[in-house]
Design a protein around this ligand. Structure first.
Ligand SMILES: [Zn+2]
Length: 398
């Protein structure tokens, strides 16, 4: 008996581990670092094993109309020096299947051998997925601090009407990320505020989906998410006051880089929960499109905490929500549907977004309790509600 047990214990447990896609192969950051674009992309050039032709000389640059204009002078400078043949294309109207098939045709006709994505999250998601589908190297150049898309091996697909459809796991993180603070500084401040909302969600979602994990890398990712939250609590307000300050650069590093690190280390084990599910539901309301991704996610965190409070009686969620309400007030993140510009939506639209958020495959079901669309609707309209007894109390430590 003893012997059988022993041999059973010695048998290796067979587990299929997903590949680790932790970080871009190279990250360059600094003021005006974009002027080094040519030197930075030239190592990506290599010779084709079959024809011995030089690869990496025919970049296809994908971005929004405005960002393509911004990058144009930089590209002009390097085109001659590095003998590049570049072409540019807009990802608009959105990161959709039709945009991707149009860009794939362009990549083929241009004989593109490198994709450069420049812009916000949707432009970068499109460029990354295009490179993935064409099996080409990818360079990401974020133009705002609104998301960590420049870092991650993930792209979100939207419908023609900009409603969230599904996400696609890519086979690697970008080959090169260029974070130019001078470029990010030209973006409206609202984009960095939204990025703070998206980044802070990592803690509230990862601690619910993976807080009890015993896996080394998942524990590390959840702890990094807590560190990220604390950095943002400490530095967000001062960063936003002065975009020339060290705090501003640290906050950009937090939203663009550290948020990506957490996704990279945590991978599929550190997934989004209700905050992003609420965001996904809201994208099905046309008037929600003027609110940025991170703004909808930030509101979604409050909805998630409200659900934990209403359905689980979780008092920690109450104090966390109170702390966030104060934080949001100090930096200008939306606390209610009204703040998102959705004060006049119909009951039917609210129900539709709640139903999308509660679909069977939604990440909202990573919460440790069931949520119905009716319960979600109740939480969505009461994100600011605080009982008198609580609002009178000092904020407990979370
Ligand atoms: Zn997000």
């Amino acid at each position: 008996m003893q012997k059988i047990k022993q041999s059973h214990m010695n048998q290796p447990k067979i587990t299929n581990y997903a590949p680790l896609l932790v970080a871009p192969a190279q990250v360059l950051r600094g003021e005006n670092i974009l002027s080094q674009l040519g030197d930075a992309i030239s190592p990506l050039a290599r010779r084709c094993a079959i024809t011995n032709a030089k690869l990496g000389k025919r970049p296809l640059v994908v971005g929004g109309n405005k960002t393509l204009e911004i990058i144009h002078p930089y590209l002009e400078q390097i085109v001659k020096k590095y003998e590049l043949k570049t072409t540019q294309a807009s990802y608009l109207p959105d990161c959709t299947e039709s945009s991707l098939s149009r860009l794939k045709e362009l990549a083929a006709s241009h004989q593109a051998d490198l994709i450069i994505g420049v812009g916000g999250g949707k432009a970068l998601d499109t460029a990354k997925l295009l490179a993935h589908q064409c099996q080409l190297p990818i360079v990401t150049i974020p133009t705002s601090g609104a998301t960590c898309s420049a870092w991650t091996a993930l792209s979100n697909i939207y419908s023609e009407a900009s409603a969230f459809q599904y996400d696609v796991a890519l086979n690697r993180c970008p080959d090169l990320l260029i974070l130019d603070y001078s470029l990010v500084r030209t973006a409206p401040q609202r984009t960095l505020v939204a990025g703070i909302g998206d980044a802070i969600a990592k803690w509230y979602e990862a601690s619910v989906s993976s807080g009890n994990s015993t896996a080394t890398l998942t524990i590390a990712a959840v702890q990094q998410a807590r560190v990220l939250r604390d950095i943002l609590f400490q530095k967000a307000a001062t960063a936003l006051e002065n975009n020339q300050s060290d705090d501003w650069r640290e906050v950009v590093d937090a939203t663009v880089l550290l948020a990506g690190v957490i996704g990279g280390i945590g991978g599929a084990n550190c997934r989004t929960v209700a905050a992003h599910a609420v965001h996904n539901g809201l994208t099905h309301i046309p008037s929600a499109h003027q609110a940025l991704h991170g703004e909808k996610v930030a509101y979604g965190i409050l909805v998630q905490l409200r659900l934990e409070e209403m359905l689980q009686g979780n008092q920690l969620a109450v104090s966390a929500r109170k702390q966030l309400l104060e934080f949001y007030t100090s930096i200008g993140l939306p606390k209610t549907l009204e703040d998102l510009g959705l004060g006049n939506i119909s009951l039917c639209q609210l129900r539709q977004s709640a139903e999308v958020a509660c679909q069977a495959n939604s990440d909202i079901h990573r919460l440790p309790f069931n949520v119905s669309p009716e319960q979600l609707m109740a939480a969505m309209v009461s994100t600011k509600e605080l009982s008198d007894s609580l609002s009178a109390k000092a904020i407990p430590e979370s």
